[in-house]
Ligand binder design. Structure first.
Ligand SMILES: NC(=O)c1ccc[n+]([C@@H]2O[C@H](COP(=O)([O-])OP(=O)(O)OC[C@H]3O[C@@H](n4cnc5c(N)ncnc54)[C@H](OP(=O)(O)O)[C@@H]3O)[C@@H](O)[C@H]2O)c1
Length: 264
């Protein structure tokens, strides 16, 4: 992708990270296709972006966990003749359960909701891409992941397995699609202070009988940069990965964790 306006799909568009990503990409003049389940929130965001940013925005409601919903999403993309230059995929993630051996049914559900369903949406997005690397037109996919892609989280079996599955699939796609000019990278986030994450931090502070500032200082004391990430920082990294910055980069897992991960 070059600096000119592109058409980019953003899933999870109305969430804490999605909002920051959408605002940044729309301000830069890109046209966005916003996706999430709640049509009301998508419409409000679309109106806000259209009123404040140069690029055009549209939205499609989809439940990534459901095959029938993803099929409709794909048909809608095709009906609108959308040609995507980029896609930012934010697979839904179950909360941690502390259970290292979830039941078989639970695993089937997790794999469907966090991997199979979102992958089928990504497949639909890829089908619309028309890269032409010989003429400088490249398509960029950024899959939002987490640090359990590289470092096991003892309380979070589903995250450990799903994040590694995305790593493997992204690498596979990078090899398969690179010649066509389609780039696939994962961006693995450490704790990121979205409103949702801040609310859970506040609860932990109240439970521990400390202030929010004290709790935050404690939780980030083992992070070299001594802070959690901000949604705006994630948005800046996503914009970079969608830009010419990544024209010679694919199949990478980029850590966005304040230096938390110790492995090389
Ligand atoms: N925040 C962090 O600290 C952190 C750390 C590591 C990784 N991540 C990853 O970053 C991504 C975004 O996280 P966030 O903190 O911004 O989450 P969030 O605030 O909870 O937002 C989630 C977004 O995804 C949409 N969504 C949820 N389930 C969906 C489904 N089944 N189908 C389609 N859309 C769905 C939500 O909208 P609807 O509810 O309307 O569908 C919303 O737009 C996720 O992939 C998460 O795993 C976050």
């Amino acid at each position: 992708m070059s600096g000119i306006s592109k058409t980019i799909l953003v899933t999870g568009a109305t969430g804490g990270i999605g909002l920051a990503v959408c605002h940044r990409l729309a301000k830069a003049g890109n046209s966005l296709v916003l996706a999430a389940r709640d049509a009301g929130k998508l419409q409000s965001l679309c109106t806000e972006l259209s009123n404040t940013c140069p690029g055009t925005s549209s939205w499609i409601s989809v439940d990534m966990t459901r095959d029938d919903s993803v099929k409709k999403f794909s048909e809608e993309l095709n009906a609108r003749n959308v040609i995507l230059d980029g896609a930012v995929l934010m697979p839904p993630q179950d909360p941690p359960t502390n259970d290292p051996l979830p039941s078989s049914d639970k695993w089937r559900e997790v794999l469907q909701n966090s991997f199979v369903g979102p992958l089928s949406l990504l497949k639909a997005a890829i089908a619309t891409m028309k890269p032409d690397p010989a003429n400088g037109r490249r398509s960029k996919i950024v899959i939002i992941s987490g640090i359990s892609s590289v470092q096991v989280l003892g309380h979070y079996a589903s995250s450990n397995v799903i994040r590694c599955a995305w790593l493997a699939e992204a690498k596979t796609l990078a090899f398969a699609l690179g010649e066509q000019g389609i780039h696939v990278n994962t961006l693995s986030l450490g704790g990121t202070l979205t409103p949702g994450y801040a609310a859970s931090l506040e609860k932990r502070a109240a439970k521990a009988g400390t202030t929010l500032a004290q709790r935050l200082a404690e939780e980030t004391s083992n992070i070299p940069l001594r802070k959690y990430g901000a949604p705006d920082e994630v948005a800046a990294a996503v914009e970079g990965l969608l830009s010419a910055f990544s024209d010679n980069m694919t199949g990478l897992n980029i850590l966005h964790d304040g230096g938390f991960t110790r492995a090389y």
